[in-house]
Design a protein around this ligand. Structure first.
Ligand code: FAD
Length: 258
């Protein structure tokens, strides 16, 4: 909506409003492109919801809804589920006590200077960075659980098909080298920087939010070092704690929520 007033935000923080907006958009807009979700696609949706129910660092009412949808979906034993049935389950959560999955989007840290910039794709990255970090904190036993859910969500449902193809080719290159929850956090960060590098200067770039190799030296001075030959080098011993703190539950701001 072009008439929405600009929300002033701190560009070096994560906002729950973006995470909830991404949830809304993925479940009520992107998945709705499938009138019937079947087979492999249904499994991908189940994995996505399962990871959300486990690791989304949400408000209690939102977590109750995610757990409700997760158990509803895990109990669908057939090979297919209609979007209408899934949507009815989503909407049902509004009737159950202490549940709510906020409707609509309210981008804050993911606002674009024009309506066609940023928003949902920014929300997807932010959501999965947060989930990979939460998986470390929860001592997840399967290091690939969150990234596999992301891979399948993006491959099946992400509306930007070109993005999905690029992401799938990065996954095929070396996702299976990831063997710990910490390396999953680093893997996603470094792939995101690769995408930033490819897209810097492209038409899709919001001129107010230039694509950089992130985090900038201002955000994390110790993350940046130089090799003997003068080339830039990341200090991964600094990057990992930076990411786990930046995307941690306790750093997420709750401004602009109803
Ligand atoms: P985004 O890149 O969306 O980043 C969101 C926020 O995350 C940033 O504001 C910053 O705070 C933080 N951030 C930035 N870099 C990192 C990092 N390395 N690690 C952790 N946090 C970081 N668009 C295309 O045009 N072509 C593509 O092939 C393409 N592939 C995509 C694949 C995926 C899986 C996704 C989710 C999106 C893809 N996009 C692609 C969209 C594109 O990457 C951006 O999301 C979009 O252009 C909006 O950019 P943005 O400025 O909001 O920043």
């Amino acid at each position: 909506n072009t008439n929405e007033p600009w929300r002033h935000f701190n560009a070096s923080r994560v906002y729950m409003a973006d995470l909830e907006s991404a949830l809304h958009y993925s479940l009520r807009v992107e998945v709705s492109a499938y009138p019937v979700i079947r087979g492999k696609d249904l499994n991908s949706l189940k994995k996505y919801i399962c990871v959300l129910a486990k690791y989304f660092p949400g408000r209690p009412v939102v977590m109750n809804s995610l757990r409700y949808i997760d158990s509803w979906l895990q109990n669908q034993y057939g090979n297919e589920v209609s979007y209408d049935a899934f949507r009815a389950a989503l909407d049902n959560t509004a009737q159950a006590p202490d549940t709510a999955l906020p409707e609509g989007v309210r981008w804050v840290g993911c606002q674009g200077s024009q309506p066609h910039f940023r928003g949902y794709p920014c929300g997807v990255w932010t959501l999965f960075h947060v989930l990979t970090v939460q998986a470390i904190n929860s001592r997840a036993s399967d290091a690939l659980e969150v990234l596999t859910a992301m891979r399948e969500y993006v491959r099946t449902f992400f509306g930007c098909r070109e993005c999905a193809q690029h992401f799938e080719s990065m996954v095929r290159e070396n996702l299976f080298d990831v063997s710990t929850s910490s390396s999953a956090v680093i893997w996603l960060w470094s792939r995101h920087n690769r995408v930033n590098n490819r897209l810097a200067g492209a038409l899709s770039e919001d001129p107010y939010f230039p694509k950089i190799q992130w985090p900038s030296p201002e955000m994390c001075p110790l993350c940046h070092t130089v090799k003997l030959n003068g080339d830039h080098k990341w200090d991964l011993d600094q990057v990992l704690p930076f990411l786990t703190s930046y995307f941690s539950n306790s750093s997420i701001l709750t401004d602009f929520l109803d």
